[in-house]
Every structure is written in C-alpha cells, then in structure tokens.
Write a protein that binds this ligand. Structure first.
Ligand code: MG
Ligand code: ZN
Length: 203
C-alpha cells in the first residue's frame, strides 16, 4: 500500500527523543467510543486524557495516534473531515499544553461502499502497516514500544510486531470485537496505562 492514500500528520519539528514510543488508538481510548465517529459534536475526549498526554510529553516519549477510519470507505465521511476531527483533538489538547507527535489512519475497508476504498489494506488493523510505517520513518524500535488500545484488533496489531500491548477498559474494553486477543497488560484507562509505562520504564 502506497502512502499517498494515507494522510499522516507529523508535528512540526518532531524528532523522537527516544528509540521507542507509545502508539495509542483513538476511539475508545482518547475519545468516547460512538460506533463510527464522524462529527465533532460526537467527539468527546475523556477527561483523563489531557494529563496522560502531558505526562508522556514531559518524558519526551513519542506519541503516535493510530485509527481505522472506515467511515471514509463506508461513504459516511470524507478524508478532509476525518483530518478536521483530528485537528479538533489537537486543538483541545493544545489548550491544556499537551501535544501529539504523529496521527495516522487507514481509510480503507474490505467491503467498502466507495469502490476505490475496497482494499484489504495492510494499514487496516489488526494488520500492522501503520506501526511499520512509523518505525521506518523515525527508526523506532517496535519491540520496545507500547501499543495501547480498547479493542482486540489493537492488541493483535501490536503483537504482530512484538510490541508490548496494553488493553484499556474504556471504549470496547476488548469485548466488542470479532477478534480474540490476550494483551500483555490490562489497565483501567489511558492515564493508568501511562502511569504504568512510566513506572515500568523506571523514568
Ligand atoms: Mg478503539
Ligand atoms: Zn489503508
């Protein structure tokens, strides 16, 4: 899969200060899970997210947000609008002095409404295309990195590249999925996951 069909947002001047990062799923981890998010008014950021992101920023830990965006393939929403929602997320974090380093998503779906989008794309979770792309771009060691998600597909994606996987109990909480997965760690939410990572890495 060429990257041309995958918009990637990289924070201006971003240079990883570590050789590993935290790869965070969006829906159900950052914002409330509302099956197929495509409106800003449905994009409700969990209150603990601001602090969690700030802590990672404080330790210069690269933060990569990844999400499937089948709303595009399903013809519900444009790529532009998905980018707008992510811009909204960044602006809300910015107000609290928190920032994200990379945001990327896969707009494809194997049974898409939009014919151009019918792709068994290597970026669509549980495939690990997004992780491998960021690895190549910034030389991150995926085995030292963490993947945080609320769904089994996030965990499977992380395991496919040997990353450390954390399932959070927000959003789908690992239940609402066609896939089965055994995460390395299970924690209440993103804030608890970040506290855990900081402790585990002895920072
Ligand atoms: Mg999710
Ligand atoms: Zn894709």
């Amino acid at each position: 899969m060429k990257n041309s069909s995958h918009p990637v947002d990289i924070r201006k001047g971003f240079k990883p200060q570590r050789d590993w990062g935290v790869f965070i799923d969006r829906d159900g981890v950052i914002n409330e899970e509302r099956h197929l998010v495509y409106k800003i008014k449905d994009f409700k950021i969990y209150p603990f997210v601001f602090k969690a992101i700030k802590i990672l920023n404080q330790y210069n830990i690269p933060i990569i947000i990844h999400h499937n965006a089948s709303v595009i393939a399903r013809g519900i929403c444009s790529v532009k609008k998905v980018i707008k929602i992510n811009e909204y997320l960044k602006s809300q974090l910015d107000k609290k002095g928190a920032f994200l380093d990379v945001i990327l998503f896969c707009p494809h779906h194997p049974t898409a409404y939009d014919k151009k989008m019918i792709l068994n794309c290597s970026w669509r979770k549980p495939k690990a295309g997004m992780l491998n792309y960021v690895k190549k771009l910034f030389g991150l060691n995926l085995k030292k990195s963490y993947v945080v998600g609320d769904a089994a597909r996030d965990i499977l994606m992380g395991q496919a590249v040997g990353a450390k996987t954390i399932l959070v109990k927000t959003g789908h909480a690992g239940k609402d999925e066609v896939y089965q997965a055994k995460p390395d760690f299970v924690l209440k939410d993103l804030k608890k996951a970040v506290d855990f990572i900081i402790k585990k890495e002895k920072l």
